[in-house]
Design a protein. Structure first.
Length: 317
């Protein structure tokens, strides 16, 4: 497991995060009041008080909102890397299931390429369905998107702590203003919300600068290629709302069969196959393990052992 050191640089408002083994460092500016909020509230909530923290960063394309999101994730969780930057609902779901306690995940450009109403609904359904997992694992989540008004109101009002709205000043990037939980609610419910207006006043404003928080130029190039490919795929194969909805419902029902009826993976496979539902015990095992099924590994080993015994008998005969 990689370990990291995080320290302040005297005389500046920059912080440095260093990987202990390799000595690789990244240094960037962070607003002192934002840093204090992370140190005194957000990080203790996640690590000591059994809470999660979901943040929203929005703004126009090219405004630098992803840069800010990466910097925040890296500060809260120094182990944060490119593997936990996701661009699609499926990637987000899989990464949430794989995540360890207290880790950071960034859903980058969550609605980019999803222009139809059903596709937007699909992304929102994915986010809603994963909120319990986010809470159970005490995760730090940053959702980066064009505007908070695309989010379902349950998420934007009740399940996100703050909104950071990124904007430019006379063509210069690196500015943001913070809407607290109360201000964010006023914004979302404002009479001008339908026209995506940010007319609610907030005095909390800050700066950030364009440092890529995940590493060197090669790592930044990997990030850009991953983002570009995700956008191309979303345009070719837009996620439909029903696809997301039914997949989530299927997974929940399979886990309920496992948990409430105490059925083995093989038994669930047999039952579903009898009704011409094409799914293997391996898929069922993976679905249940995402919901925290502690017996998943033991049962998988037992099934694999049984298969080996059958193969040996077949070879002998």
């Amino acid at each position: 497991m990689k370990t990291f050191k995080k320290y302040n640089n005297e005389g500046t408002n920059t912080i440095t995060i260093e990987e202990t083994k390799t000595g690789k460092k990244v240094t960037y500016f962070i607003e002192p009041w934002i840093k204090a909020k992370f140190d005194n509230k957000v990080i203790p909530d996640i690590t000591k008080k059994d809470k999660d923290a979901v943040m929203v960063i929005d703004g126009n394309e090219g405004s630098g909102k992803s840069t800010l999101g990466l910097q925040w994730c890296k500060y809260v969780d120094p182990s944060f890397d490119l593997s936990r930057v996701v661009f699609t609902p499926d990637e987000f779901r899989e990464t949430i299931y794989r995540a360890k306690q207290h880790q950071a995940i960034m859903f980058d450009e969550a609605f980019t390429g999803f222009s139809s109403r059903s596709a937007l609904s699909g992304v929102n359904k994915t986010l809603i369905s994963l909120m319990m997992q986010i809470r159970q694992k005490n995760l730090f989540i940053v959702i980066v998107l064009p505007t908070i008004f695309l989010l379902d109101k349950y998420i934007s009002i009740f399940r996100t702590r703050v909104l950071a709205h990124v904007y430019e000043v006379r063509g210069r990037r690196g500015f943001f203003k913070i809407y607290s939980s109360r201000k964010k609610k006023q914004l979302v419910l404002h009479k001008d919300a339908k026209i995506f207006s940010y007319g609610v006043y907030t005095k909390k404003k800050g700066r950030f600068y364009g440092v890529f928080a995940l590493g060197d130029e090669k790592e930044e190039e990997r990030y850009r290629k991953k983002k570009e490919e995700a956008l191309k795929n979303s345009e070719r194969n837009p996620m439909m709302g029903k696809t997301v909805k039914y997949r989530a419902q299927r997974d929940i029902m399979i886990y309920v069969l496992r948990k409430e009826l105490k059925l083995s993976y093989k038994k669930i496979e047999t039952i579903l196959n009898d009704y011409e539902f094409d799914i293997s015990y391996v898929q069922i095992r993976n679905i249940c393990s995402r919901f925290g099924d502690k017996e998943a590994k033991e049962e998988a080993e037992k099934i694999d052992k049984e298969k080996e015994n059958i193969d040996e008998i077949d070879n002998e005969s």
